[in-house]
Design a protein around this ligand. Structure first.
Ligand SMILES: [Zn+2]
Length: 106
């Protein structure tokens, strides 16, 4: 019987990419994306290969969203007021109106 392989979710300190690596005794690992050699600092998750890959995807997605948001306002509360809550607006009818002219015929 073979023991199921355990994987860890690690994060590169250089390119900050999350990735799943097979568990091993060595404390050194190499980033799959940028090739940065680094020591094992902390794990973001452990489990089977499939579990870790799913977790990596989620973390990378989450990280992308966070860094996009932090470009604007880092820790400011999000205010959702603005132009939207000034009551009903009639901007929908701002387009050019086609008025039909009836040419008088005598
Ligand atoms: Zn890297």
């Amino acid at each position: 019987m073979m023991a199921p392989q355990r994987f860890r979710v690690l994060r590169c300190c250089s390119c900050r990419l999350f990735q799943a690596h097979q568990e091993k005794k060595s404390l050194k690992w190499t980033c799959k994306a940028c090739g940065e050699k680094q020591s094992f600092l902390r794990t973001y998750g452990e489990g089977s290969s499939a579990d870790c890959r799913r977790h990596v995807q989620k973390l990378n997605l989450l990280q992308g969203q966070i860094s996009e948001m932090s470009l604007g306002s880092l820790e400011e509360p999000v205010n959702v007021d603005g132009e939207e809550d000034t009551g009903p607006q009639q901007a929908d009818h701002a387009g050019p109106q086609v008025s039909q002219r009836l040419s008088p015929c005598h």
